[in-house]
Ligand binder design. Structure first.
Ligand code: GDP
Length: 458
């Protein structure tokens, strides 16, 4: 494919600020020639793609701005598929500014946020899902978000969906053809085959749709509510986990009144820890706000950790809590705190009663905390099939669910023996959502929204 080289753009590709090295990226029409006019060293225009050259960048007065390494990528073997030059200079803000200024003099303009990636997408380097994964990969701040972004970048689900969409287009075309025959009773599209195809698409879509709850948790943090009566040791536990004095620890029941939110990375997964006032009925007005908030937080939780003072809490009370929690359809963990105050027999009794749902810890020394955190990460991991693609992007999730809904209408239509025009509408709907997902159908608005979220230089 011949790439149409657009007007040249440049931007700092590394983080702004002072650093040992900075990389300025140039892409577009005659990028190599333009850079060559600032460069003293070999004639860059004569050099092969994927080669690196040492030299200096000089201004109009022939003053040396910096010693640099210039890497050349010739179209189409580059990130944007255009001619690309990467100038590695010293990471001084002055040097960067001067080199960019000299490039602008050569007819290069400053790149918009995400413009390099947008060109890569428009030139068919990858589809929209992968382009968005580039942004996610850069933003990834935990092992789990990084893994999810990388899988998507490497093709993820879009390749498979594209192939299925192609088959669906063929069916849609046949149905449209039937429409052309109007009154005549013809069927070019085998209804059973169409049904099979819809099923196979749904088999791909459904796990992706379901993965979003995990994906979203991975990206935005797993909302973890730490509940328990006053004095159970919630603040102590939170402090032990966060290793800093965020919540007030005290002996007076009911002093942790505010909902404290904090983030914690456990085994590469981000947890948003939400500490709450005790679940006990409020005895005064201020506390009531706290308790009301506890209930609200419980409703938002992805995981609930119920902490109790194992020495002070009778077994039936925990049974009751367990019954209440099990009605919430959210994974929960019962944590028996202050195990130092229990005898071995008592501990064994708790374990026997609640088995795998309970962990005994000692919050003030951190004993068994690793067991507890292991359980928490297990909850998240057990929902994600290892190596499978996890949908983390809301835009993808919405198109996936809308495709699924449109396909369900196709199936309903087939069952009800609907006329071609109805089937055609639902098929077009499914195709549109699938196309918008992978970027086979785009609008300028959509692209602008997606790429404006990128940082400049990407
Ligand atoms: P909260 O009201 O649930 O936030 O409870 P706190 O964190 O304020 O703890 C209440 C009291 O229990 C404090 O005096 C803590 O030092 C104490 N405590 C917390 N964890 C343990 C533990 O594992 N063993 C013992 N013996 N005391 C603990």
């Amino acid at each position: 494919m011949d790439i149409l080289q657009q007007e040249p753009i440049a931007a700092l590709a590394t983080a702004p600020g002072i650093g040992a090295i900075a990389v300025i990226r140039v892409s577009g029409e005659r990028a190599v020639e333009r850079t060559n006019r600032l460069f003293r060293g070999k004639d860059l225009t004569q050099q092969a793609s994927h080669t690196v050259h040492f030299g200096t960048i000089r201004d109009q007065a022939n003053t040396i701005i910096d010693e640099v390494l210039v890497t050349i990528f010739r179209s189409p073997a580059s990130f944007t598929k255009e001619d690309v030059v990467e100038i590695s200079c010293h990471g001084s803000e002055y040097v960067i500014r001067q080199i960019l200024r000299l490039l602008l003099n050569e007819g290069v303009r400053m790149a918009q946020p995400g413009e390099f990636t947008q060109r890569a997408f428009l030139n068919g380097q990858f589809d929209l899902v992968q382009a968005e994964a580039v942004a996610d990969l850069i933003a990834a701040d935990s092992e789990a978000t990084h893994r999810a972004a990388l899988t998507q970048l490497r093709g993820g689900f879009s390749r498979q969906l594209k192939a299925l969409r192609q088959q669906l287009i063929e069916f849609a075309a046949l149905i449209e053809l039937e429409l052309d025959f109007g009154e005549e009773d013809v069927e070019f599209a085998q209804r059973d085959d169409l049904r099979q195809l819809v099923w196979s698409i749904q088999r791909v879509l459904r796990p992706l749709i379901e993965s979003f709850s995990v994906g979203n948790a991975i990206k935005n943090g797993v909302a973890t509510v730490l509940a328990g009566k006053p004095n159970a040791g919630k603040s102590t536990l939170l402090n032990a986990l966060l290793n800093e004095e965020k919540a007030i620890v005290s002996d007076i029941p009911g002093t942790t009144r505010d909902v404290i939110e904090d983030e914690l990375f456990i085994n590469g997964i981000r947890f948003r820890l939400i500490d709450t006032a005790g679940l006990r009925e409020a005895t005064d007005a201020i506390e009531a706000i706290g308790v009301e908030r506890t209930r609200q937080q419980l409703d938002k939780a992805a995981i609930i950790v119920y902490l109790f003072d194992a020495a002070e809490t009778p077994l039936p009370e925990v049974q009751e809590v367990k019954t209440e929690l099990s009605q919430r359809n959210v994974p929960y963990l019962l944590v028996a705190n202050k195990m130092d105050k229990l005898s071995g027999d008592q501990l064994a009794e708790w374990q026997q009663q609640f088995g795998h749902e309970l962990v005994a810890i000692q919050a003030n020394t951190g004993k068994n905390l690793d067991q507890m955190t292991q359980r928490l990460t297990d909850f998240v991991r057990s929902n994600a099939v290892p190596g499978s693609t996890v949908v983390t992007n809301l835009r993808h999730y919405e198109h996936l669910t809308q495709t699924d809904a449109a396909l369900a209408r196709v199936l309903d239509g087939l069952d009800a023996g609907s006329t071609q025009d109805w089937l055609a509408i639902d098929l077009r709907d499914s195709l549109r959502h699938l196309g918008e997902l992978t970027g086979e159908i785009t609008t300028d608005d959509l692209l602008a929204t997606i790429f404006s979220k990128f940082c400049i230089g990407k």
